[in-house]
Each structure stands twice: as structure tokens, then as C-alpha cells.
Design a protein around this ligand. Structure first.
Ligand SMILES: Nc1ncnc2c1ncn2[C@@H]1O[C@H](COP(=O)(O)OP(=O)(O)O)[C@@H](O)[C@H]1O
Ligand SMILES: N[C@@H](CCC(=O)OP(=O)(O)O)C(=O)O
Length: 368
């Protein structure tokens, strides 16, 4: 299989604060994407820019803040965006297709399957999928808001080899460089800790939305799904290939997990946990590094009104979120066997359906 690369381009790289598309920028990115195809890669594009491209034509003086105004701007701008990409890609003999997705599409197994089938078919026919959020139907609870998270979910869905998030900054800095000129670039992140989140700020431009924080969220999702991420800037011919090969101007986030099944993608990023289990150090080690199931002996506390088959969050003794899983006991049953070795559990219970509190096939680690 060709190596699949998801490239995400933010509004800040495609438009100016006064609105409208920067055609030169689109032409540049089209050339870079064609360069990836020529080098034997299979790129998919996740692009923002619809709102920023469309608001001026509608008559708004600046990027609108109200939802319906954004939606109207996106409806105009999305057509402009696609037209520009299609024309510029055609110069390189590359055909492109529009794919619009919302958060709820990823919550629904059938829709995720449909999206994946359509994307696979496009790739089979060498058509470049150009993906954006479906802004017309996205209201607050359905919205990704920025496209960074969407790009990570797409990368997991199609089992990408790399995710390249392109923006107007050449990577993550120790502080928002617009506020602190002395800030320095973090060139590699092996683990996304609270410290990494603490240095990432919000959007710096008048057109971007998520800022560095949403890029870290995206890097975390992709990294859990086994996809390494580059966040940075490309500006010169060949920069995209250079970024892919590890020498780009930006920050590289290492991947942790292996590619995730659809079920685990849902469990990790879309399920709603209705209880919490606190585990001891041994259980944490078994779950995170040992690839093992969670047994009653390692569970110190259980809270929430959950039943067998519900999703619960698992936290360490000091409250750090370790992951999520589908629990095999009701909370009342679990309270009776907390910390007990398996032999005691079997003696104490009338019948044991499954000994594991969470089976490893129904567990996802959220440490990245
Ligand atoms: N620690 C940081 N390092 C780099 N950039 C940061 C940091 N904190 C906040 N930012 C801001 O994030 C912005 C990029 O995000 P955003 O405006 O949403 O872009 P895009 O439209 O490309 O997604 C940068 O312009 C920068 O001002
Ligand atoms: N779907 C919206 C994305 C919003 C947005 O600005 O995202 P980003 O530039 O990635 O922070 C659009 O196309 O305008």
C-alpha cells in the first residue's frame, strides 16, 4: 500500500485577515501535494479556510463571530476554496474531490464506515480527497470548531503513516512567540504532558481558530492511533517532502500506540464514560505498558452508577487519566471485590461471567 499522508492546512496559511483566498498560497500547496504524489505518497488534504474565504463576498467587515454568519460565509467560501484547489491541482494533472464531515459522523459507526468507503474509493482512483468540516450543518455540539482534531480523526480512520499540520508558525514554541519574542522552538515531543499543554496558547491570527492548543489535541489523538505528527510551516518548493522526511521547520510528535480498530477509535474519542475506576501502580503498569487486562486486584475505588457493558474512565492514584474501557461489572458488584486477588473473587461471587474488570480488547490507553 502507498504511504498515506494526511496534510492539514489552516485558515491562517490560506487567507489574510481582510478575508478572501490567497491564490498564490493555494497554488503553492497544490504544487507541494503534487510533489508528494510524484514521490510515491498518497496524500489526503484536510483544509480550513471556507469561512475566511467567504465572509468578504457576503459583506461582513471581518471574520464573523455568530454561528449563522459563519455558516453563510463557509457556504460561499467552501465553493471558492474547492474551485481554487481543483484548478491549481489540475495544472499538475491531479483530480480532487470534496468531502465534508461533522463530529456526529464520527460518533456513528455506520456513517464512519460510509465515509471511509467513499474515501477509499477516491484513493483507489487516484483522486485527492479534500476534506473540511460541514459547516452548514455543524452547530455547537456537532462542531470540531477547528480542523486540527478532524485531521487527526481522519488520519486514524484511514490509518495514515503521517499527519502534517501546516500553520503560520514554524512549530510549537516554549511560549506563544507573538507574546514572547524570546520563546524557542520545541523540535521534538516524545510525550504530550501537561507541561506541553501549558505552553500552547490559543489562535494568534484573526482567521485561525484553535491555536497551538488544538494542534496538541490533534497530535495526541493521532499519536494514540500510532500516527506521528508534524506541526509547522512550509513556504518554499520541496518543503512538504522535507517536513515528511523529518527535516522540516516545525515540531515532531512521536507516535505511541498502534493503528486502532474502529471500535477503539470510538471508545477513545467519542464514547461518554459514566463512571471512574482508580487503579494502583501495578495495574497502571499492566494496562499501559504490559498490554494486559485490568483485574479486580488492581482496582482501588469505583465511582458512578455504571453497569456491565458501560464505558468507564480509568485514573491513577494521583488522578491522571490513563484510558477508557468497557467494564464487566456493575458498580455494586465491583465494590464487593475491590483489591481482591482472582481466587478470592471466584470464591466470593455466585457466578463470574468474566474475571477481568476491563478486558484488554475493550481498553484504550489515552496516555500519549
Ligand atoms: N506556544 C506556541 N507556539 C507557537 N504558536 C503558538 C503558541 N501558542 C499559541 N500559538 C499561536 O497559534 C497560532 C496558530 O494557530 P491558528 O491561528 O489556529 O492557525 P491555523 O489557522 O493554521 O490552524 C500561531 O499563529 C500562534 O500565534
Ligand atoms: N471549517 C472552517 C474551519 C475553521 C478554522 O478556522 O479552522 P483552523 O484554521 O484550522 O483553525 C473553515 O473552513 O473555515
Amino acid at each position: 500500500m502507498l504511504r498515506r499522508i494526511v496534510v492539514k492546512i489552516g485558515s491562517s496559511s490560506l487567507t489574510s485577515s481582510e478575508g478572501g483566498l490567497n491564490r498564490e498560497a493555494i497554488a503553492y500547496f497544490a504544487t507541494e501535494l503534487a510533489g508528494l504524489i510524484q514521490a510515491g505518497y498518497q496524500p489526503l488534504l484536510v483544509t480550513s479556510g471556507a469561512v475566511a474565504a467567504g465572509f468578504r463576498e457576503i459583506g461582513y467587515p471581518e471574520r464573523p463571530k455568530l454561528l449563522h454568519e459563519k455558516q453563510a460565509s463557509a457556504a460561499v467560501g467552501q465553493a471558492l476554496l474547492m474551485q481554487a484547489y481543483r484548478e491549481e491541482l489540475a495544472r499538475h494533472g491531479v483530480s480532487a474531490a470534496q468531502v465534508l464531515l461533522t463530529r456526529s459522523d464520527f460518533q456513528n459507526r455506520k456513517r464512519t464506515g460510509n465515509a471511509s468507503m467513499a474515501i477509499e474509493e477516491l484513493l483507489k482512483h487516484n483522486v485527492l480527497p479534500i476534506i473540511n468540516e460541514n459547516d452548514t450543518v455543524s452547530v455547537d455540539e456537532l462542531k470540531f470548531g477547528d480542523n486540527d482534531t478532524l485531521s487527526a480523526l481522519v488520519a486514524n480512520l484511514i490509518r495514515a503513516d503521517h499527519l502534517l499540520i501546516l500553520t503560520d508558525m514554524d512549530g510549537l514554541y516554549t511560549k506563544d512567540p507573538r507574546l514572547d519574542p524570546a520563546a524557542t522552538r520545541v523540535s521534538r515531543v516524545s510525550e504530550i504532558t501537561g507541561e506541553i499543554y501549558a505552553i500552547a496558547g490559543g489562535a494568534g491570527s484573526a482567521v485561525g481558530t484553535g491555536g497551538m492548543r488544538s494542534k496538541i489535541d490533534a497530535a495526541k489523538i493521532a499519536s494514540i492511533g500510532g500516527v506521528p505528527v508534524f506541526v509547522g510551516k512550509v513556504a518554499d518548493p520541496g518543503d512538504l517532502l522535507t517536513a515528511l522526511r523529518g527535516d522540516g521547520r516545525g515540531t515532531y510528535f512521536e507516535a505511541h500506540g498502534a493503528a486502532l480498530s474502529r471500535k477503539k477509535q470510538w471508545l477513545g474519542f467519542f464514547s461518554t464514560p459514566i463512571g471512574t475506576l482508580t487503579v494502583d501502580v501495578g495495574a497502571e503498569e499492566a494496562l499501559i505498558h504490559g498490554g494486559r487486562s485490568l483485574l479486580p486486584v488492581g482496582v482501588k475505588a469505583a465511582s458512578g452508577h455504571f453497569h456491565t457493558g458501560d464505558v468507564v474512565e480509568v485514573v491513577s492514584a494521583d488522578g491522571e487519566v490513563l484510558g477508557r474501557g468497557i467494564v464487566n461489572y456493575d458498580v455494586e458488584q465491583l465494590h464487593g471485590i475491590l483489591g481482591l486477588p482472582s481466587t478470592e473473587v471466584v470464591k466470593k461471587m455466585d457466578s463470574v461471567h468474566r474475571l477481568e474488570v476491563i478486558h484488554r480488547d475493550e481498553w484504550i490507553s489515552l496516555k500519549a
